[in-house]
Unconditional design. Structure first.
Length: 443
């Protein structure tokens, strides 16, 4: 039996990162309730609001667009309180309910996703999503109304006994007048279903694996909302120069007209590709497991470290640095197979740290022990930065001592990589790493 988007409305599915989003919603609801009760008792509710906002931001994580919006509201409430001559609770009480509602939204799933598709992007967020190769039935929307394109596709899958999936994909062309629908497509459940070819106005084609930057939205897919989302995605790309657009924008509609407005969900996406020559992608599956901890415990110290995968899919070097028992360093290392530095004069690390200083280490001796080439770099607490390190500036050292008559570091000779924190920087540390790349031309 067909699972028809226009005929069924099956309850469904939990969005990714539900736990953090629900924690944030509960923190905001609790803060509003506490603040209102404080005001009713003649006290200020501002402290409760600030605590609730900070708890929600922490639950959502540092890369959350919703968390960034909450931080903007936290700054704005002070100004609004000044203008109104109160504690800001009435103003914030009007701003937060829509945010809380979006955080609690569980979109309705009316049909299965194609095999291997990622879960939807949470409402209000922007994320990188990786799609496998998939098969689609596509028709042009340039010379017909969107509902006309829909019925062409519907008749195609019905006559060929193809089960309906979600989402419905619509691509857009961009010109001086804005966005215009270019095509609409129904997606097959897998590439093993049906046959490639043309049937009337419908083309059945295979789409190669791709990466997109995706925004999750709630409500109806109006032209204005799609254009607004595209603007948001383009601003995100400007702030993330490691990615560049690789195709026209598209919307991914997950719901039929039978789903109420406040439960409807769709995504707006732009295909992307790496804009720079990445030699080590720290978002690659299993990358964190390739790094081995080597800490001062080997010498009796008590420092600890590990490489983990963050909720955003990147790697984070984290742990605790201690000077006890003559300790004072923590590190992670990996072999450099597949890391192509043969023609590099420098490397660029994209990192977000905690304000502490770290070392990038490169080995040329084929093992984990012995001397290594080392270069220090500083971080800015809470900010993504690109750190450029010239290979000529790496110094060959062994147990803190510089090796005399050392040959300059050659990228082609690198057999191992390491990250290290040392010195008087005692306590917890955290260094997120997105990529290691070669410099761009002129960089």
């Amino acid at each position: 039996m067909h699972q028809l988007l226009i005929l069924t409305a099956l309850a469904g599915a939990i969005a990714p990162e539900t736990g953090g989003r629900l924690q944030a919603a509960e923190a905001l609801e609790g803060a509003l309730d506490t603040a209102e009760r404080a005001r009713a008792g003649g006290r200020s509710g501002s402290a409760a609001l600030e605590l609730g906002l900070s708890e929600a931001v922490r639950a959502l994580g540092p890369d959350s667009e919703v968390a960034a919006e909450l931080e903007r509201l936290a700054r704005g409430v002070r100004f609004e309180a000044f203008l109104a001559g109160d504690d800001g609770v009435p103003w914030l009480a009007k701003q937060l309910p829509p945010v809380i509602s979006d955080l609690r939204l569980e979109p309705v799933r009316e049909a299965d996703l194609p095999v291997g598709f990622p879960e939807w992007t949470p409402v209000g967020e922007i994320q990188i999503q990786s799609y496998p190769a998939y098969r689609m039935a596509r028709t042009s929307a340039g010379s017909t109304r969107s509902d006309g394109a829909f019925w062409k596709l519907f008749n195609h899958i019905q006559s060929n006994e193809i089960a309906m999936t979600a989402p419905v994909e619509t691509t857009y062309s961009v010109d001086d007048e804005g966005l215009a629908q270019a095509s609409m497509a129904f997606l097959y459940g897998s590439q093993g279903i049906g046959e490639l070819g043309t049937e009337g106005a419908v083309d059945v084609i295979d789409i190669p694996a791709q990466v997109v930057v995706s925004a999750g939205l709630r409500g109806y897919e109006s032209a204005g909302r799609i254009a607004e989302a595209c603007d948001r995605l383009e601003r995100w790309l400007l702030a993330h120069p490691e990615w560049t657009a690789a195709g026209p924008p598209r919307s991914m509609g997950h719901n039929s007209p039978m789903v109420p407005r406040d439960r409807r969900y769709f995504e707006v996406q732009i295909p992307v590709q790496r804009a720079v020559p990445i030699v080590l992608d720290f978002s690659a599956p299993g990358e964190a497991s390739r790094w081995r901890s080597v800490d001062d415990v080997v010498m009796g110290g008590r420092s600890s470290s590990r490489m983990q995968t963050t909720r955003e899919g990147l790697c984070v070097f984290t742990g605790d640095l201690s000077l006890e028992n003559n300790g004072g360093f923590a590190s992670v290392r990996r072999r450099a197979e597949g890391v192509g530095l043969a023609d590099a004069h420098a490397v660029v690390l994209r990192v977000r740290g905690d304000g502490k200083t770290y070392q990038l280490r490169m080995r040329t001796n084929g093992g984990y022990g012995g001397p290594s080439y080392q270069a220090e770099f500083a971080t800015v607490a809470g900010e993504w930065i690109d750190v450029t390190l010239e290979l000529a500036d790496f110094e060959l050292k062994w147990r803190g001592r510089r090796m005399s008559a050392a040959e300059p570091l050659e990228g082609s000779a690198v057999t191992g990589l390491g990250l290290l924190i040392a010195g008087e920087q005692v306590g917890p540390f955290r260094l997120e790493v997105a990529s290691l790349r070669k410099p761009r031309v002129g960089e």
